[in-house]
Design a protein around this ligand. Structure first.
Ligand code: HEM
Ligand code: NFK
Length: 275
């Protein structure tokens, strides 16, 4: 059997390890990832501490980190479409889909919490609510579902958050960028009727318009995955709080169910009826 001591090296294994990657600035795993800040950001409202509140905070923070990543990818995908780099937009949208599947599946983790255990700290949360997630709303606006009334309905936004949302209302959406792609391929994209006719052309001549068809399908997938998240969220909400009103002041599941039919790209869905 070969022992550590028989390995031929002019350094002991310990010294070799210590010297590895320590040139110049003293970057460490923890300093690079700012773990001091990150792991000191879970502050419970309940007192005495409710066991499940750490899970509740952690899961929301993980969602917000992924929302940040999604905004990064979706913005870049939009810009790639407008800039004529359809292949890059396609690549980024595939990543967006994988992250969105993770977001849907993550509901399973929170559903290991029982309604009784949630009620131990729920009353401490009002008037806060997921309704106030600025990044979630930014993603909706960026995807195509702009609704200025949400900016007014938000209470307690910081100046910076207000500006971020207003900026998203002013900037082009994924859908605007897709219309740029249609035009770049010589397809009309003025009115809804023109866009629908162009999409029928694309659908019926896929060998000619393969990249445009694939991009439309990637957008539809993004839309479908957002719908999946809303559907899982509302069922989880009914499991946790039934028909109670929400801490954010809405009717709760009735409000959330009214949001289920939302579509980012209605013309891509209508196309299915016209084929
Ligand atoms: C125990 C788990 C949860 C319950 C009971 C719950 C409940 C609710 C309720 C009742 C609303 C409607 C607004 C209001 O509060 O009046 C809402 C909205 C929302 N929640 Fe949750 N939620 C839960 C977990 C989550 C998680 C993990 C996220 C992830 C970020 C989230 C994100 C959102 C968002 C983005 C909205 C706004 C939806 C929209 O306006 O379409 N929620 N939630
Ligand atoms: N709106 C939820 C509470 C809740 O889930 C929540 C509270 C504060 C921050 C984020 C939350 N998540 C989703 O709404 C409720 O009515 O029970």
């Amino acid at each position: 059997m070969v022992e550590w001591s028989t390995v031929t090296t002019d350094q002991s294994p310990d010294e070799a390890f210590v010297s590895f990657g320590e040139q110049g600035a003293q970057l460490t795993y923890g300093s690079y990832l700012r773990l001091g800040q990150l792991l000191d950001s879970q502050h419970l409202e309940s007192d005495p501490p409710a066991h499940d509140e750490l899970l509740f905070i952690t899961i929301h923070q993980v969602y917000e980190l992924w929302f940040k990543q999604l905004l990064h990818e979706v913005t870049a995908a939009r810009d790639a479409m407008t800039g004529g780099k359809v292949w890059w937009a396609q690549h980024l949208l595939q990543r967006v889909h994988v992250i969105e599947r993770v977001l849907v599946q993550q509901v399973d983790v929170l559903e290991t919490m029982t309604p009784q255990d949630f009620l131990e700290f729920r009353q401490r949360l009002a008037p806060a609510s997921g309704f106030q997630s600025v990044q979630f709303r930014e993603l909706e606006f960026l995807s195509g579902a702009k609704d200025a009334t949400y900016v007014k309905r938000f209470r307690g936004l910081t100046e910076e958050e207000q500006q971020r949302l207003t900026a998203r209302l002013d900037e082009p959406t994924l859908w605007d960028a897709f219309l740029d792609v249609l035009r770049a391929h010589g397809l009309a994209a003025g009115s809804d009727e023109e866009v629908s006719a162009s999409m029928r052309t694309v659908a019926h001549d896929r060998s000619q318009y393969a990249a445009v068809w694939a991009l439309g399908e990637a957008l539809l997938q993004h839309d479908e995955l957002a719908a999946s998240w809303r559907a899982r969220h509302v069922v989880m909400v009914e499991r946790m709080i039934g028909a109670k009103s929400g801490t954010g002041g809405s009717s709760g599941s009735t409000y959330l169910r009214s949001r289920l039919p939302m579509q980012y790209f209605p013309l891509l869905w209508n196309l299915r009826s016209e084929l």
